[in-house]
Design a protein around this ligand. Structure first.
Ligand code: AMP
Ligand code: GLY
Length: 422
């Protein structure tokens, strides 16, 4: 079998490493992949958003199956285009990817089907939004409707911050057309849990839960990033919470999508907050999370390709999706200055014994050397029977990796550990 994985970050590296456990797969192409992924797949220099290029490559190379991992190609209809060629895919169609592509869509879906989420208002007119926030409860949360590289959510701590956010998004068009509409919503509090799930549109099988660490600095200080580390399972996601999520959120969501004629097939990511009034949806993503995937897939004991094919063929009900009774941690190493501005091109040294645990997010190969080529450079994952050991093992490996100007958080998993030791 010849597979193609669209994307080129740490998440895609983790997906590719897991897929390689299936012996029916002969070749995996990564479009575009990166210098680190090149150790595990054949990288092809076609951007993840170049739908025509992807389709052309698939046709010329007789691809048997495609995994479309990032949000932008999914929202652009990459799966639809490949399906038209007759290539089976893992990932939602454009009609279903809107669950991430439009926050207005997802909020209205939740309201219509009674799925718990923060109270909200939608605005298409900046003046009306500016008027509204004058009396809105503070803090308030402003969200650009469309994709915004993970930066379209502003938690405004004052009315002035809220006004600035509205002006930037709706008038200055900081995120382009993504800011034509905004959602202004209630600020919720409580621990956050990420639950990635497989769904074929009929049944939903959640993966092990996880916890992201979004801020750049220790103790949740500094700017929001794409994610500086993860642990799994998330100790706040108790059996009781999981049962409520299945009944109140997961099943209602996939049924709602089906009822809307937008059957979702692929990985549906539930970003949840466990509030005093129960679990609520903070966001949906139409794809695997990054760096959640780097802790979730290493714990998966079922064969990933088999499960992905079951999603495509709508036979997920009969296909086991199982996880080890263990803990995983992933510590992301980034380049100083991330997420604002950072330099690239530093030589990376990763000892042989550590390499199998490393998922590379931003690297390029030059003259036989691996050079940094992104803000988030790599993630180091460890699995152990306790969370404490998994965290310690990741940091031990991080110490052995070197590139100039590297930085990482020192407290990945600390909050989770406090909960487990309660
Ligand atoms: P998102 O880009 O949708 O993942 O949002 C980024 C982060 O903003 C989330 O992980 C939450 O920490 C926070 N957030 C989003 N919506 C809310 C909300 N209604 N209340 C409190 N925090 C929120
Ligand atoms: N780690 C959060 C995301 O993938 O959106």
């Amino acid at each position: 079998m010849k597979l193609m994985v669209i994307g080129g970050g740490g998440r895609e590296h983790a997906i590719i490493k897991k897929l390689k456990e299936n012996s029916t797969i002969d070749t995996i192409y990564a479009l575009p992949g990166n210098g680190g992924i090149a150790l595990d797949a054949e990288c092809v220099n076609i951007a993840a958003t170049d739908i025509d290029g992807i389709v052309g490559f698939a046709r010329e190379n007789a691809i048997d199956y495609a995994v479309v991992a990032p949000d932008d190609p999914l929202v652009l209809g990459c799966v639809d285009a490949l399906n038209e060629l007759g290539i089976p895919c893992f990932g939602p169609t454009k009609a279903a990817a809107i669950i991430e592509g439009s926050k207005v869509f997802s909020k209205n879906l939740m309201k219509k089907y009674g799925i718990p989420t923060a109270q909200y208002e939608v605005f298409t007119d900046a003046e009306k939004a500016l008027e509204y926030v004058k009396t809105a409860p503070i803090p308030t949360v402003i969200k650009a409707d469309g994709l915004a590289l993970g930066k379209g959510v502003i938690i405004a701590m004052t009315v002035q911050e809220a006004e600035e956010a509205i002006v930037e998004i709706m008038q200055d068009k900081k995120f382009g057309a993504s800011g034509n509409q905004i959602v202004i919503e209630e600020f919720l509090t409580g621990p956050e849990v990420s639950v990635l799930s497989f769904t074929d549109g009929n049944v939903v099988k959640p993966m092990v839960s996880s916890m992201d660490h979004k801020r750049a600095g220790d103790n949740d200080t500094g700017l929001n990033t794409g994610g500086m580390g993860t642990i799994a399972p998330n100790p706040y996601y108790t059996k009781d919470v999981a049962d409520r999520c299945m009944e109140e959120i997961f099943l209602p969501t996939i049924r709602a999508m089906k009822a809307e004629g937008r059957t979702f097939k692929g990985c549906l990511y539930f970003g949840l907050m466990i509030t005093e009034n129960g679990p609520k949806v903070i966001e949906y993503n139409c794809r695997f999370g990054d760096p959640e995937t780097q802790v979730v897939l290493p714990l998966m004991t079922s064969d990933l390709f088999t499960v992905m094919q079951a999603v495509t063929n709508e036979t997920l009900a009969d296909t086991p999706v199982e996880f080890a009774d263990a803990n995983a941690s992933c510590v992301v190493m980034a380049s100083a200055g991330y997420p604002v501005s950072y330099e690239k091109g530093y030589e990376m040294t990763i000892p042989e014994d550590v390499l199998p645990y490393v998922y590379i997010a931003g690297a390029k190969e030059k003259d036989g050397k691996l050079l940094t080529n992104g803000g988030r450079v790599l993630g180091v994952t460890s699995v152990a029977s306790t969370l404490k050991d998994a965290i310690a093992a990741s940091y031990e490996k991080v110490e052995k990796i070197h590139f100039d100007n590297a930085f990482y958080r020192h407290d990945i998993g600390a909050r989770a550990l406090m909960k487990t030791e309660d």
